[in-house]
Design a protein around this ligand. Structure first.
Ligand code: DAT
Ligand code: MG
Length: 132
């Protein structure tokens, strides 16, 4: 087990719905360390870079429109195994498939409004934190 960093982003619907505190609280209670935090209006080019693996997919334009539709809360979290653990706390991409007890399982319904992002690897964690 290694100390890692992951990039967690509360998406515009999470900010608008007042879920920032609850999301931060879950990571704090688990025992991870908040090492950076910023309210940010994501420009289109950075959104496209962030989601470049999905470029060309039918939902890509809507995804970019959504993520740039309002402020997001960008965070860096540090801890042992934080990348995979944060993904577990967040839950499945489609909130209807996310287990109860996870953020998406408890707080969201639609894939296109799934409230929070978490890096999928330590490499992407570093890369995503570095862009902000
Ligand atoms: P995750 O956010 O769980 O890492 P992902 O990387 O596969 O999921 O996709 C990134 C985001 O793109 C996801 O949070 C919501 C959106 N998305 C993915 N698949 C989708 C689909 N089939 N329809 C609409 N939006 C989708
Ligand atoms: Mg992903």
């Amino acid at each position: 087990e290694e100390v890692e960093e992951t990039y967690i982003m509360v998406k515009p619907d999470g900010v608008q719905r007042g879920l920032v505190g609850e999301i931060i609280s879950r990571f704090e209670k688990k025992g991870f360390k908040l090492t950076g935090l910023k309210l940010f209006q994501c420009p289109k080019d950075l959104a496209e870079e962030h989601y470049k693996d999905h470029k060309g997919k039918p939902f890509f334009p809507k995804l970019i429109g959504y993520i740039t539709s309002g402020p997001v809360v960008c965070m860096a979290w540090e801890g042992i195994g934080v990348v995979a653990s944060a993904r577990k706390l967040i839950g499945a991409t489609n909130p209807l498939n996310a287990e109860p007890g996870t953020l998406r399982g408890d707080l969201a319904v639609q894939t296109g409004r799934n409230i929070v992002h978490g890096s999928d690897s330590p490499e992407n964690g570093k890369r995503e934190i570095g862009k902000i």
